[in-house]
Design a binder for this molecule. Structure first.
Ligand SMILES: [Zn+2]
Length: 93
C-alpha cells in the first residue's frame, strides 16, 4: 500500500504558505528573500515595506499638495493622454 504524504500532519499544505513572497534579493546569500511580503507591498518587513514618511497631508512638510506622488501621477497620466491625442490627430490629418 502506497501512503499519501499529505496524510501526514507534518506535510500538510496551509493557505499562508501560498502568500506572495518578498521580491528582494538577499545581500548576504544572493538568493531571493522568500519571506512573505507585507500586504499591498512587493517586499517583506525586513526589506523596506511600510518605510518612509507619511503620505499626503499627514506629512509634516505638506503645504499645498502640488508635489505629492498622487498629484505628480495625475499630471503624468494627463501628459501621456495629451501625447496620445496629438498622435491620433496627426494620424487623421
Ligand atoms: Zn524580504
Amino acid at each position: 500500500m502506497v501512503k499519501n504524504p499529505r496524510d501526514n500532519p507534518m506535510n500538510r499544505a496551509y493557505a499562508f504558505q501560498k502568500a506572495p513572497r518578498c521580491s528582494a534579493t538577499s545581500k548576504r546569500t544572493g538568493k531571493p528573500c522568500q519571506a512573505p511580503a507585507v500586504r499591498d507591498w512587493s517586499v517583506c518587513r525586513f526589506h523596506g515595506a511600510r518605510g518612509g514618511a507619511p503620505k499626503g497631508e499627514r506629512n509634516g512638510m505638506y503645504r499645498h499638495g502640488l508635489y505629492t506622488a498622487k498629484a505628480a501621477d495625475k499630471r503624468r497620466r494627463l501628459r501621456d493622454f495629451l501625447v496620445q491625442v496629438r498622435e491620433t490627430i496627426a494620424g487623421i490629418s
